[in-house]
Design a protein around this ligand. Sequence first.
Ligand code: GDP
Length: 372
Amino acid sequence: MADVFCKGCGALIQNKDDRLPGYISEELLEKKDISEVVCQRCYRIRNYSEVYPYQVSNSDYLEVIEKIKKEDALIVKIVDIFDFSGSFVPAIKELTGNEDVILVGNKMDLMPKNVKPSRIMDWLQLMLNSQGFTVLDTVLLSAKFGDNFDELMEKIYEHKKHRNVYIVGSTNVGKSRIINQILKRYLGVASDILTESLSPKTTIGLIGFQLLDGTYIYDTPGVINKHQYMHYLSRPSYKLTVPNREIKPIIYQLNEGQTLFFGGLARLDIISGETGDVISAVTYFANTLNIHRTKTAKADKLYLDKLYSLLSPPFSKDEDVPKWIYHEFKVRDNQKYDIVFSGLGFVTLRAPFCVRAYAPFVVGVYTRLAII
Ligand code: GDP
């Protein structure tokens, strides 16, 4: 097939992968007049006012960023509250050349109900300070339940002035869901919606929707985040792994020399605890993920014998979970810390402690001041 470009977003038309730009099914492609073809994503936007997740390679992402750089714009940066470090790109101001950023923490509904939003806001501020990052405003959302969108839109209008708005975020932070909520609630019917290609024959596209004052709000593609477990698991395993409803914390009283397995996806060994004996560990993971406690001395053998059964997901070798490595964390003060397995969950412990956290080498594992 000669190269054909989508009339909506300018992406190269392809029929191999529906998460990548320019996808259209083979069947539809055969039926369409080539000069009029639009990709599945643009078709959905035009006909159903529905934005669909969209992934591009790093180099295509940088191409989008280069376009934003030419403009004085307001950036709305989405992060996943549950996976802040995995989804926060500190260089976003340098990349886009735009100082004005509203930070949106999405997936608030995953946090236990007894955690006050003000606590999450304070914690986000600490995280931003530690990165030397300032924002105009912060908004907490649940795109799933549509919470706090009025506040988001008010802040966008307050800060944008005459400028366009770009919504940015790595894949899986909920950007598509957020844009769909904005379209549905504030931008009305499909006929108001514009899909546009900023330059013909580009491999990526920015899609803009006109706001009430005539400026545009742009959806930008999410950069693929290879550090997420989702790239290595089957869909059923992924569903059991990634939380999609309020997390119920579980408390474990652990001794030195004990280990927790989180399915067959991560492991935490207690090397030494606060007082040398019992240490309280609070786990925040999907309620569907099986957590198994054992003695560290038996953990390696258990993993060899019981991976795919007791220690699951993953459920088979076909799920190509990369090799594990461990990270050792020694903390000496007496504050509470989270040991975070990026995108999977976290364990809260009071220091001083020394622990080893195991996960596939591609997955970010780190410690931070406790969020809760
Ligand atoms: P995108 O890749 O950033 O466009 O993300 P999507 O909008 O496709 O969402 C990624 C995943 O996160 C999907 O499984 C969504 O259902 C889920 N998701 C998005 N927003 C929320 C939210 O507010 N709460 C919860 N619990 N899940 C969400």
